[in-house]
Every structure is written in C-alpha cells, then in structure tokens.
Design a protein around this ligand. Sequence first.
Ligand SMILES: NC(=O)c1ccc[n+]([C@@H]2O[C@H](COP(=O)([O-])OP(=O)(O)OC[C@H]3O[C@@H](n4cnc5c(N)ncnc54)[C@H](OP(=O)(O)O)[C@@H]3O)[C@@H](O)[C@H]2O)c1
Length: 353
Amino acid sequence: MSLRVTVVGVGMVGERIISILRERSFPMEWPPRVCATRERTEMLDGEKFHVEKTGENCFRNADIVFFAGKEGAKGASIQWGAKAQEAGAICVDNGSDFRLDAKIPLVIPEVNPEAIRPQTRFIASPNCSTIQLVMVLHPLHQAARIHRVVVSTYQSVSGWGVKAHEELLSQMPQALKSLDNIGFDPLVLARPIAFNYLPHIDKFTENGYTKEEMKMVLETQKIMGNESIKISATTVRVPVLVGHGESINIETKSKLSPAEARQILSNSPGIAVLDELNKDNPRHDPLERTYPDAFNIRKPQYRDMVLVGRIREDPTIENGLNLWCVADNLRKGAALNVVQIGELLIKRGIVRP
Ligand SMILES: NC(=O)c1ccc[n+]([C@@H]2O[C@H](COP(=O)([O-])OP(=O)(O)OC[C@H]3O[C@@H](n4cnc5c(N)ncnc54)[C@H](OP(=O)(O)O)[C@@H]3O)[C@@H](O)[C@H]2O)c1
C-alpha cells in the first residue's frame, strides 16, 4: 500500500513539492491530490493536474497533507489545518501561522528530528531564510557553543511567491529602457525591485524590525532550543529570481578556526563547502577562493544543499567567524524540507505506507 498525499497550494512552493515527491520516489499513490483557491486544470512540473477548490473533500482518506498556501486568517492552514487533522491526516505546513506555537514542532530534519513525537499531527517548516541559517549554525554550535549571530540576507523574489517572481520579470524590460516610472504593484513589493534592493520583507513590527527579521530570531531560537543565543537580523530583497544569500557573523564561546569550521561544515549532512583556492583564475589572483552564488544552486549536485563559502576569522571579536551561505529557497528553504519531514514520519513509523 502506498500513502495518499494532498498538496494545498500550487504556487512556487506547491509545484516544487510535486516535483520533489516524484524525484525522491516518495512512497505514495500518484498523482497527489492538488488543491488551491479555485478549480482548474494546470500544468505542474510538466504534468497536467486537475486542481480542486480546497474543501473538506481534499482531505478525505489523505495520510499526509502538505500545505503551501498563503498565511493569515484566509490562508490555507488556518482555514483547513484542523479539518485535515479531523479527517485523519498529518499536516506539514510551509507557512508561518503555527511556527511559534509551543505545541507545534518546528522542524529541520537534519537539525531537530526529535521534535516530532509519535502523537504529532501537525508540523511546521521554518521560514526559508531561517532554514539555511540554522543548517549552518547547528553543527558549529555543537562544536563551539554560539552565543551571538549577526545575519544579513540577500533574498530572491520567489521567496514572496509567484506574484513577486512575475513582478521582477515584468519590470526588467521596462527598467532596461529607463529607471524612471517602472510599473509595480505596491501590494506585492513596496517599490520597484528591478536593479534595486529593498530592506523590507514582510510587515514592519513595533520594534522597527520587520516580521521576516523577527522570524529569523524567534524561529532559530525555537529550533535550536536555546533562547539565550542572541541574533540580530537584517533582511533584504534583491533582484534575483531564486536563491537566498546570507552573510553570517558568528561569535562562539570556544575558539573555532576557519579551517576547523570548514571541516565541521563539510562533514555535516545537507551542507557543501565551496571555499578553496581558485587556482588558474583569469584574474591571476593567487589568493582568490571559490564561493557559492545563486547560479551554483541550479546545478543538480548542489540544488538540495546549503552552500557555504568565504569562511574567515572575524579579528574584531574574541572568537568570531564570518561566512557566506546560499540555498534554494524553494527547495531546501521550503519544498524539500517538508518532503524530508514526510520521509521522517515514514522512517519513524508515524505514517505507514
Ligand atoms: N516561496 C518561498 O521561498 C517560501 C519559502 C518558505 C515558506 N514559504 C511559504 O510557503 C507558502 C507558499 O508560498 P509560495 O511562495 O508557493 O506562494 P505562492 O506562489 O503565492 O502560491 C500560493 C498558493 O497557495 C494557494 N492558496 C492561497 N490561499 C489559499 C487558501 N486559503 N486555500 C487554498 N489554497 C490557497 C494559491 O492558490 P491559487 O493558485 O488558486 O491562487 C497558490 O496556489 C507560504 O505560506 C509561504 O510563506 C515560501
């Protein structure tokens, strides 16, 4: 017997969930049931799908429901999460609505699989920028105890969803002609994003930080089970289609050299270190090193990895490291993480194919 899977939401993340379920031969009946705000036929990952309007029908007989709809009162998991559980399904949610709920595990399988208990029926997947940060912090914390992190992000437009992806694509031809009067939808991104950068992701909060910045702080502390780790975040939207970059400054209790950090991260699951001498570079720079960028994650060997480079000592503090990390926000930052959670549920016998 194989599992019955429902995917709610067929935008940037929902479509990736469908392709990753197929790529990883998830033990399920094919096709999954797919649901969104309205019924239609749609090509998803190269296959024609009947998309249902989300309703109780979508959860009947489902073993696992992957939520990739929008958040808030009219969002998918708030509207339908309880109904899916009543119907007997285990829910795995990409959205932020339940991430900080003390009763709901917030899980990155490589980091805190133990947060899922045999009786767990609803699991939250962290924010995309949090996932790649914690993937890097966790092994370094185990080795040298982190007590402070300063992170600045360079986040692609697809992190907002399909509408922001379309905004950048539609603004580029206009921007190439003139940077004046670029048409944009202020309800998607507050200003034009073509040839620009916006330190404004999600809403502002009373303390002056944005919700995206506070997600990085609070989610990281919850996943790492350590509220004493101090985290300061600045999150910035950049005109990249897919792939988030993060500049991370880390202060540890005990000393960790860049070479030790490279070694630890190279041996950590889901991480690839791209940080070695780049000999024979056309600039004849004998000290130039390799590093990850948004194009690396297009390569099959890297698309599911968190890539780390530019690992160096921060000489301005006692035990400090600087590094740069890149990951596909749609895959490890969202769809891959939830499918891995599904695999974990099977491995633990919490759902049985
Ligand atoms: N994009 C990322 O990098 C990323 C990373 C981590 C987490 N997430 C989270 O993943 C979720 C999906 O993000 P996305 O980027 O895929 O968004 P998206 O491209 O805007 O797609 C949203 C999808 O959800 C459907 N939807 C919205 N409200 C719904 C509701 N109440 N009931 C059923 N379906 C509903 C939409 O239906 P229609 O197609 O009918 O409009 C659409 O298919 C969000 O919660 C987001 O915060 C995203």
